[in-house]
Design a protein around this ligand. Structure first.
Ligand code: BGC
Length: 394
């Protein structure tokens, strides 16, 4: 029993955030524009977010003190290149200081280069539907490269499959994640080019381990709907895992499952327990996502770069995480190489339109920005310290 719950010694434990969701005042990004547009569909703007732009050192220190070992955060392209071709050395140094802070606290950084938001000028040029998008992205990555010296873990693009849906259509316009439109094959292919070109540049440094992170949706075929499910999944997930086959690792981000019937996705069953943002409470999504990634990539090592749930009950957060990790361990026992687990999220942050869905291991006062670690942070930190899943719950 004990052995079954013991994770390998070199397994990496940590937590993730994304720049727009925690930094605050990301005024040059397409999301800021959308948040403040007349008649916007956004419930509340990001504003100061968690003020992590100024408080990152405290965040990293809380993560380190809990026992976690890795911090995944993203660099905001709109800060680095606020106008096309106009690069900010000062903003670059801000991210260099974040990497230094990780080192000072004994935390391994994983740096994401693109997490949903883009500079407003890039969006105005058609965003990811513009065939020049890969070159524009790589020019930004080239500027960032010097501060990534010595950083091993790089995630080029967060959830390209979600981008191909939320930036669907040919206008580069964002769409609300709650009403996902059809995926765009054109955007999927352009964003893949961006990933491949950026990866080739980054891998000139042989010590780097580069990958991208895919939203794994645990598509579940209703009886007799296997073909429909496989068709539905292709441009929403499969394509993105298949094209990670040459990468150093593939990121799995798992939260929920999606039932597919003859005519597409079905609503979450009425009797199911739901999270604060209306998703089905379904911890096995993680084990399923990891298996899907492993099968579709032909055995690329998996990194769980996001997993968690929005809830006001921290005890339920621990239940969910415990059960998700149990499923993960079972997948590992089948021979799947899993490098680490990063919880989403370190902080209660801006959940793309609202502060209501709280995913954090740490709560943040919306006026003072005071951080209060939750019992789940202590619990996950203990799991990290011991490598054991059956540590006592706080
Ligand atoms: C995204 C995060 C988001 C989380 C919860 C992931 O799809 O990468 O930015 O906050 O899911 O919705």
């Amino acid at each position: 029993m004990t052995g079954a719950l013991q994770f390998p010694d070199d397994f990496i434990w940590g937590a993730s955030t994304a720049a727009h969701q925690v930094e605050g005042n990301n005024i040059n990004s397409n999301w800021w524009v959308r948040e403040h547009a007349d008649g916007t569909d956004i419930k509340e703007p990001s504003g100061d977010a968690c003020d992590s732009y100024h408080r990152y050192d405290e965040d990293i220190s809380l993560l380190a003190n809990s026992g976690l070992q890795m911090y995944r955060f993203s660099i905001e392209w709109a800060r680095i290149e606020p106008e096309e071709g106009c690069f900010s050395q000062a903003e670059l140094m801000h991210y260099a200081r974040m990497i230094e802070s990780c080192r000072a606290h004994g935390v391994e950084p994983m740096v994401t280069l693109h997490h949903f938001t883009v500079p407003r000028w890039f969006a105005a040029k058609g965003g990811w539907s513009n065939p020049s998008a890969p070159d524009l992205f790589v020019r930004y990555v080239r500027f960032v490269l010097p501060i990534l010296d010595g950083v091993t873990w790089i995630c080029t693009i967060n959830e390209p499959n979600m981008v191909a849906m939320t930036q669907g259509g040919e206008t580069g316009e964002d769409m609300a994640a709650s009403s996902l439109p059809e995926p765009s094959e054109k955007i999927a292919r352009i964003i893949l080019q961006a990933h491949l070109q950026a990866s080739a540049l980054l891998r000139q440094d042989k010590s780097k381990r580069v990958g991208w992170s895919v939203a794994a949706q645990a598509f579940h075929a209703m009886p007799g709907c296997e073909q429909e499910t496989s068709d539905y999944a292709y441009w929403r997930e499969t394509f993105f895992f298949e094209h990670a086959a040459g990468d150093d690792w593939v990121g799995v981000q798992a939260y929920l499952r999606t039932f597919i019937g003859k005519h597409g996705p079905l609503p979450v069953p009425a009797e199911a327990e739901k999270t604060k943002n209306g998703w089905e409470y379904f911890p096995p999504a993680l084990g399923i996502g990891v298996q899907t990634a492993w099968n579709l990539t032909g055995g690329v090592p998996v990194f769980v770069t996001e997993n968690g749930l929005a809830t006001d009950s921290d005890a339920r957060r621990i239940d969910y995480t415990h059960d998700a990790l149990l499923g993960l361990k079972k997948a590992m026992d089948l021979g799947i190489d899993v490098l680490g687990y990063l919880h989403w999220s370190l902080l209660d942050n801006y959940e793309w339109g609202s502060y209501d869905p709280t995913f954090g291991l740490i709560s943040v006062d919306r006026k003072t920005f005071k951080r209060t670690p939750k019992p789940s942070l202590t619990w996950l930190g203990q799991v990290a310290r011991t490598g054991m899943l059956n540590v006592p719950r706080p």
